[in-house]
Design a protein around this ligand. Structure first.
Ligand code: G3H
Ligand code: 13P
Ligand code: ZN
Length: 316
């Protein structure tokens, strides 16, 4: 069942974080739905601009609608990840999305406010909620690369002002994470001090954490042992997901870790079975492994086991 992002946030706020997972194809969708049913967790499916272009946005929409029928127990929202203004309007007008993200965080504050405000006005007319971003994460996201040293943490007072000026429904904050597989050279903690200040200024307002993959060392080691060349790096400490959720982080974005699962499965499969060429064989292993990965992440986010109570509170 597709619900609004607002409904998911209302249930989760302050207790657990809803996992937001990107999909690009049918295998990812199957693994995601299976993992969320196994762990009884509500979730958000995210489609990036790149995902919408990879095959065709209509294919993804059809996959999601089919999955909704195949897995009637699932409770989820559909979200545009890192949208620009034009893509936000396309998604708002399509009538398919529960929420959109307008990412104008690379613009100066006033410009970010102006763009976000326009998107909020258009979205709210259609009952769609808007995630905006303030502060800059490090790493690479599609066509934008933020060089080391240029990432800036969200200023709590600016966050309060930004939310008031734009009317956005949730805010992606930079609290020390970064996109992609190459996050931190050593162990690094989230900036809980910044998060606490933001929560104190905007109590009850849902915050979003991007760049939340953990880049598991075992996964990277297995990929490299099977011919990969992924430089060692550390990601977000998975034990910090729940403490962040208690401080208002209601949506946690995880994409890179799923790509690592895909890469490990396929590299190991073709290393061990060099004569194989039926892509369905590794595809089946990937769906199984991805579903296990999703279920394990939902345990750490605290979203596992929430479906029955959420269903009750939705009156369904
Ligand atoms: O933050 C970006 C997400 O990981 C999506 O990546 O834009 O390559 O689809 P993508
Ligand atoms: P990761 O690259 O850490 O998985 O972050 C994904 C993300 O923020 C998607 O918007
Ligand atoms: Zn992101």
């Amino acid at each position: 069942m597709i619900v609004t992002t607002a409904q998911l946030f209302q249930h989760a706020y302050g207790k657990y974080a809803v996992g937001a997972y990107n999909i690009n194809n049918a295998e990812q969708a199957m693994g995601l739905f299976r993992g969320c049913i196994q762990s009884q967790a509500p979730f958000i499916i995210q489609l990036s601009k790149g995902a919408r272009k990879y095959t065709d946005k209509k294919i993804l929409e059809a996959i999601i609608r089919a999955a909704e029928q195949i897995f009637p127990e699932a409770i989820f929202a559909v979200h545009l990840d890192h949208g620009d203004e034009a893509t936000c309007y396309d998604c708002i007008n399509s009538g398919f999305y529960s929420s959109v993200m307008i990412d104008a965080s690379h613009e100066p504050f006033d410009q970010n406010v102006a763009i976000t405000k326009r998107v909020v006005e258009a979205a709210h007319k259609r009952g769609i909620s808007v995630e905006a971003e303030l502060g800059q994460l490090g790493g690479v996201e599609e066509d934008i690369k933020v060089e080391d040293g240029h990432a800036t943490l969200t200023n709590p007072e600016e966050a309060r002002k930004f939310i008031q000026l734009t009317g956005c429904d949730s805010l992606a904050c930079a609290i020390g994470t970064s996109h992609g597989a190459f996050k931190f050279k050593g162990k690094q903690s989230l900036h809980f001090d910044v998060l606490k200040k933001i929560m104190a200024l905007v109590p009850g307002f849902p915050l979003v954490m991007h760049g939340s993959s953990s880049v598991p060392k075992e996964e990277v080691d297995r990929i490299n042992a099977a011919g990969g060349k992924i430089a060692g790096s550390m990601g977000v400490d998975v034990n910090e997901y729940l403490p962040a959720a208690k401080l208002g982080v209601t949506k946690i974005n995880i994409d890179t870790d799923g790509r690592l699962v895909w890469t490990r499965v396929h590299r190991e499969f073709f290393r061990d079975k060099p004569a194989e060429f039926d892509f369905r064989s590794p595809g089946k292993i990937f769906m199984e492994e991805y579903s296990k990965f999703i279920a394990s992440r939902n345990q750490l986010l605290g979203s596992a086991g929430q479906i029955p109570d959420l269903r009750k509170s939705l009156g369904k």
